[in-house]
Design a protein around this ligand. Sequence first.
Ligand SMILES: C[S@@+](CC[C@H](N)C(=O)[O-])C[C@H]1O[C@@H](n2cnc3c(N)ncnc32)[C@H](O)[C@@H]1O
Length: 307
Amino acid sequence: MSIHHNPVLLNESIDYLITSADGIYFDATLGFGGHTAELLNRLTKDARVIATDVDENAFNYSKEKFSTDPRISIYKFNFSMVDVIAKIESIDGYNGILADLGVSSFQLDNKDSGFTYRENTSLDLRMDKSKRITAADLLNNFDAKQIAEILWTYGEEKNSRKIASMIVEKRKTKKFSSTFELNELIAQTTPVKYLTKTLSRVYQALRIYVNDEVSNLKELLINGLKVLKKGGRFVVISYHSLEDRIVKEFFAEHSKKAADKKSDPFGIMNLEPKLKIITKKPVVPSKEEIALNKRARSAKMRVAERI
Ligand SMILES: C[S@@+](CC[C@H](N)C(=O)[O-])C[C@H]1O[C@@H](n2cnc3c(N)ncnc32)[C@H](O)[C@@H]1O
């Protein structure tokens, strides 16, 4: 398998992540192992890395890539199971949790992965192929209101209602099965100069819905907080505003003195802050990194420490 994926914010993320060179770290989004390889390079022989990815290609590739390193255990689990994985591994917590969200360049560019709208391929968009609903199922079965809501909520697509009603009309004659069928329909409502951006928004929305990305991220944060050791860090790289907002709000909510006194006047709800925000503003890639890797341009990294 020929792989090309440049790990985004590589040095910056690993610098923030490591607080103890012989600690235990969780890579929630192993992918092709770019971040994990650098992490392992910088850790001692007593350290451990536990990593997961739901994508079959990424899992198989990385299993092979790291097969000779006894410090790493690799799972093909949803990252929301971060706390369950800690139990399986019989560890009481992690010294750091890294998440480099979204999809890899390999997934985006590989026709067989079903992620690219630039090729005529099946309308799939599932990272985990054992999940039930594909993008085609969604377009062929959901009603216009549901489709419009998905395009608006997860893609901020202004033409969401119009596109949704055209989808419902079109499928009466032929069900959707390929990317080019959807692209053609969107091209009918969109001026050529906006077409690529509209397609990106629509496919992003479908991908987020099909993979349940919002709930998974929220669960990763909630369950991750349960198993992050004191002094350990969350390092999260996101690629669109919706994800970044979830991370920002989660860190803020758990870092302020939540016992707003009004909501917990007797101090019985254990609302003491659990996190300290390390990056007041998100860290973004340098111009040089963006010039080398276009995919990095939308990246934002936030870091918080368990206190
Ligand atoms: C941007 S890539 C990570 C690339 C990786 N950091 C590297 O350097 O190779 C994101 C990866 O996360 C995986 N992924 C996304 N959501 C996931 C989830 N809920 N659970 C586990 N893996 C997930 C994707 O399959 C993809 O391989």
